[in-house]
Ligand binder design. Structure first.
Ligand SMILES: *Cc1c(COP(=O)(O)O)cnc(C)c1O
Length: 396
């Protein structure tokens, strides 16, 4: 669906450009790791954990193998397993639901809000049952979900509020970073994420030192922290490689600058896009990091074809909501989640990356202006759509 790999006028994202800007630091990092030879558990891992925990604001951070493992390890460390239900928004990458299944629990899918397509706290409240153990707030597309409202529901029912922050490195809501508002948060460093490694990587952040110690133990074969040959529990292997930690450190130092560049890209989209092609809402209390620039359009196939013909990369995140996936559709539990289902037919993700130029944004907007017609029905599914708010907040 995207045109990555082909010669394009505007790529969907440009990882080569991202890495070129930190190339000297990356080269120095490899040289250091090759010299000390500690490819698992080397000093770069502890350094990155300390720096990322400080960045998020929890202090505590454990590097793991990838974002899916991070979610699974959090749920396992919370003691969630067979017989438990975990509430998950249906509009997310399938990994959120897979992690629930992986610990033996059952995902309970709920609908999203029409304006920003983030988990609807009222739907969460309505879905709580006697077996509900946790809620996963997914900060999709780079915007933090309504954590105060979700925390109120979680507190009322004694549920663990877990964050899936895989698309929201550095995003804030009410000044609090993604990853610092729930009991624990999962991050992914998949190469295309706002903070990407040169392969797979992930992290768990939390203020709860005991929870993080359990995550670390589970991710390292249940190994006793004081005796590496003692295994009181059986865990698994999901560690952040030393080389990946070394690659992440210079990228992290640039992350706020890169996220601000993404906000500039989306601010220009908000000015230039045709009326029939509007960005999702941004809450005024929110400072998003625009992992993806998502618009809603009518006749998406035709619009996508026009973008493709012009050499512009695009995608759909996600065309099939989780509750409609064969892997998660079960006979006796196939809810109708109308907001997510309607949105899935119209959402389209535009190119958005820190090195994107104003001329590239304008090119995308021009092609879209030619591909959408004034006679198209409003692309808002009945919801009020207003322009994205992009006023950057000062960084403390
Ligand atoms: C990328 C992603 C994940 C999974 O991360 P991996 O590192 O690929 O395992 C989970 N949730 C969301 C919302 C994601 O975007």
């Amino acid at each position: 669906m995207t045109t990555v790999g082909l010669p394009t006028a505007v790529p969907f994202l440009d990882l080569t450009a991202e890495h070129e800007r930190v190339r000297p630091e990356l080269d120095a990092a490899w040289t250091a790791v090759l010299a000390h030879g500690r490819f698992v558990g080397g000093p770069e891992v502890a350094a990155f954990e300390q720096e990322f925990g400080a960045f998020v604001g929890t202090g505590g951070c454990v590097g793991v193998g990838n974002g899916t493992d991070a979610l699974e390890l959090i749920l396992a460390a919370l003691g969630i397993g067979r017989g438990c239900e975990v509430i998950v928004p249906t509009n997310t990458f399938v990994a959120t639901a897979e992690a629930v299944r992986a610990v033996g629990a059952t995902p309970r899918f709920v609908d999203v809000r029409p304006g920003d397509l983030l988990v609807d706290p009222a739907a969460v409240a309505a879905a709580v049952g006697p077996r509900t153990a946790a809620v996963v707030a997914v900060h999709l597309f780079g915007q933090v979900a309504d954590m105060p409202a979700l925390a109120a529901v979680a507190d009322r029912h004694g549920l663990a509020l877990v964050e899936d922050a895989a698309q929201a490195h550095g995003a804030r809501r009410d000044g609090v970073r993604a990853g610092a508002a729930g009991v624990a948060a999962a991050f992914s460093f998949y190469p295309g994420k706002n903070l990407g490694a040169l392969g797979d990587g992930g992290a768990v952040t939390s203020r709860d030192a005991d929870l993080l110690a359990r995550v670390r133990r589970l991710a390292d074969h249940g190994r006793d922290p004081h005796d590496r040959h003692l295994h009181r529990t059986s865990g698994r292997n999901s560690r952040l490689d030393t080389l990946q930690a070394a690659a992440l450190r210079p990228r992290l130092r640039r992350l706020d600058v890169d996220n601000e560049a993404r906000r500039q890209v989306v601010a220009r989209y908000a000015e230039r896009l045709p009326a029939r092609c509007r960005l999702l809402d941004v809450d005024p209390r929110s400072e998003p990091v625009h992992h993806l620039a998502v618009v809603r359009v009518d006749r998406r196939d035709e619009v996508g074809a026009a973008l493709g013909a012009a050499g512009i990369g695009w995608g759909v995140h996600y065309p099939v909501p989780c509750h409609r996936q064969p892997a998660f559709r079960t006979g006796h539990h196939a809810p109708v989640l109308p907001v997510a289902e309607a949105a899935a037919r119209r959402i389209l993700s535009l190119p958005c990356f820190p090195a994107m130029t104003p001329a590239q944004v304008d090119r995308v907007a021009d092609v879209l202006a030619g591909a959408t017609r004034d006679t198209d029905p409003p692309p808002d599914d009945g919801a009020a759509i207003r322009p994205v708010v992009t006023a950057p907040r000062s960084t403390p």
